[in-house]
Design a protein around this ligand. Structure first.
Ligand code: NDP
Length: 243
């Protein structure tokens, strides 16, 4: 039997586009109360207007721990609890290391690793007091397989995979669940595209990407499991991705 998500309070980071925005749409349809967090407030507000009431938008840079803590506090003031932290914000840098910019790598680590750690830590006391809560992290297939064309990104996603696997065991006795979603190639702005038509073209047969809504459906599936079930890792790939 699935868990009813109606009324659950869900924080989504990286909610201004892609997987985060689609997850917000699907979770809103299930009756969730949402905090949408990202830096681009115009996009957050447009999404909130689309979704209707019970949606809070909070400008948050996940590399700033003070902003993450304040965003969680604002959520608790508004909704009284936090049932789900979906630590989803992330950036991507592919390419040959010899041609890369180590400063941009440090920034990627701050977003993809520090941001996830800050988000997880910021909800632990509240969830402990509640005796329940889900921390869901966007890792990647690159956090399971060493992908040679994206070594820095792959390293960051391996780190969050390790964090999920260890934190899960620490907080399971408190009634909390920690899991990750690990998509393969998903058609979003992550691939350095902003034109919706160009993003949609990625899903054609030749390019073979999955869609943000495919990943969002998997997010809903994970969160809908009854309390005695944890999906630790959910890997979701384009059917023909040779990886
Ligand atoms: P998008 O580029 O569409 O979305 C990324 C989101 O992260 C945006 O909402 C962006 O918001 C937010 N973000 C980036 N930097 C920060 C920051 N410093 N603080 C707060 N928010 C930030 O990409 P996806 O939806 O594809 O990516 C979502 C997650 O899924 C990422 O963790 C990514 O690594 C992972 N993933 C994606 C795959 C893909 O193929 N697309 C495959 C596997 C995993 P804003 O700019 O407004 O701050």
């Amino acid at each position: 039997m699935q868990q009813d998500l109606d009324g659950k309070v869900v924080i989504i980071t990286g909610a201004s586009s892609g997987i985060g925005a689609e997850s917000a749409r699907q979770l809103a349809r299930h009756g969730c109360r949402l905090t949408l967090a990202a830096r681009q407030t115009d996009k957050l507000e447009a999404l909130a207007a689309e979704l209707g009431s019970d949606v809070l938008t909070v400008r948050t840079d996940v590399t700033r721990r003070d902003e993450v803590v304040a965003m969680v506090e604002t959520t608790i003031e508004r909704f009284g609890r936090v049932d789900v932290m979906f630590a989803n914000a992330g950036i991507y840098i592919p390419g040959q290391a010899i041609e890369g910019d180590p400063d941009s790598w440090s920034n990627l680590m701050k977003v993809n690793i520090d941001g996830v750690m800050y988000c997880a830590h910021a909800v632990l006391e509240q969830m402990k007091a509640q005796g329940s809560g889900d921390i869901l992290v966007s890792s990647s297939i690159s956090g399971f397989v060493d992908i040679e064309w994206e070594p820095i990104y792959s390293a960051s996603k391996h780190a969050v995979t390790g964090l999920v696997h260890t934190l899960r065991r620490q907080v399971a006795p408190l009634g909390l669940r920690v899991g990750l979603i690990a998509p393969g190639a998903t058609a979003t702005e992550l691939w350095d595209k902003t034109d919706p038509d160009e993003i949609a073209q990625l899903t054609d047969v030749e390019h073979g990407f999955i869609r943000a809504e495919d990943v969002a459906r998997a997010v809903v599936f994970m969160l809908s499991q009854p309390p005695h079930v944890t999906i630790r890792d959910l890997v979701i790939l384009p059917q023909n991705q040779d990886i």
